[in-house]
Design a protein around this ligand. Structure first.
Ligand code: ZN
Length: 159
């Protein structure tokens, strides 16, 4: 039995030498509009929030309490994504007690980027196949010309 390996397969090997197709070992799932509900809901909610912000600032103005809540929630969300979803759930960079684990999951989920399980799974796949065709965040062109560039852009942002 002979095996062949193209240069693109060699490029897409992970650190253990597995190819994307062998190592990913995930079922082939075709996407429907339903699979885009999370990124689309994030976009829609942000647009609604921006419109509401313009009306509320024009109507009530901005108080110190408003700014304090905004800054606190912003940093809490950032902490949830970076410390919780990224460093703890994806990379297990530190030990966490169950209450801390729960707190990190809650503040991580507040960012609206999916559950900690989905986030960590996607992120681990991103590290394993960086800039290969199985990298869920790679913006690399997915074909020739402008269509390939736009397809890569779409893939990097919506999977
Ligand atoms: Zn990472």
């Amino acid at each position: 039995m002979t095996t062949t390996s193209s240069s693109s397969e060699a490029r897409d090997r992970d650190s253990a030498g597995r190819t994307e197709t062998a190592a990913a070992n995930a079922p082939d799932v075709s996407r429907t509009w339903f699979d885009y509900r999370l990124p689309l809901s994030i976009i829609v909610l942000n647009v609604i929030g921006l419109v509401a912000l313009v009306f509320l600032v024009g109507w009530h103005g901005v108080s110190r309490t408003d700014l304090a809540i905004f800054v606190s929630m912003y940093f809490l969300g950032m902490l949830g994504v970076e410390v919780g979803l990224h460093r703890y759930f994806s990379h297990r960079s530190f030990e966490a007690t169950p209450p801390l684990r729960l707190a990190l999951a809650i503040v991580g989920a507040m960012a609206g980027q999916g559950s900690p399980l989905v986030w960590a799974t996607t992120h681990r796949k991103h590290h394993r196949f960086s800039d290969g065709s199985s990298d869920p965040h790679s913006p690399m062109p997915r074909g020739p010309g402008l269509a390939g560039i736009l397809t890569g852009l779409w893939h990097a942002h919506f999977g």
